[in-house]
Design a binder for this molecule. Structure first.
Ligand code: SME
Length: 156
């Protein structure tokens, strides 16, 4: 796990997430509460949730925010790129990202964290913001840690 970056204003909240996910290893329940916890803990978000990789397609999972695109082909959009490359995609301006899939016209920046289990991409954690350049490097570290906590405490 990456070292905890104490400068993130929400770093001290991660034990809350561990406690929230300690009740069950059911991935649907834990995705639902992780999405709700992130959406209500971080300011300036308009979407937070999961896509699950099934047969080379990302399928919409539990989320908070407006209804979203249901299916995203592997390699397409910010989510599909994160899933295909297994690299976090931090996009300061989604309008400058070739192939960005606009689910909510309010979104201006986005960060997508891949969730890899036993060497395979299992899914992604996606957050959108109406604010340009909303996600910095401390957000990336914080969200990668949140995704790791989710993965470690769920049966994937
Ligand atoms: N913008 C994403 C699609 C998912 S929505 O943001 C919830 C993309 O380009 O992959």
């Amino acid at each position: 796990m990456t070292a905890l970056n104490k400068t993130h204003p929400c770093a001290d909240l991660l034990p809350q997430l561990r406690a929230l996910l300690a009740v069950t290893r059911d991935p649907v329940a834990n995705m639902a509460n992780t999405a709700a916890w992130l959406y209500h803990s971080l300011p300036q978000l308009n979407w937070a949730g999961f896509y699950l990789l099934k047969n080379d397609t990302l399928v919409l999972g539990p989320f908070q925010g407006k209804p979203a695109c249901v299916l995203i082909p592997l390699g397409k959009g910010v989510c599909g790129t994160a899933a295909a490359t297994r690299q976090t995609q931090r996009v300061p301006n989604v309008h400058a990202f070739a192939g960005h899939i606009a689910c909510d016209s309010a979104s201006n920046s986005e960060i997508v964290i891949p969730i890899v289990h036993q060497g395979k991409t299992w899914g992604v954690l996606d957050l959108d913001s109406p604010v340009l350049n909303r996600f910095d490097e401390t957000d990336r570290q914080f969200l990668e840690q949140a995704a790791e906590i989710f993965a470690a405490q769920s049966d994937l």
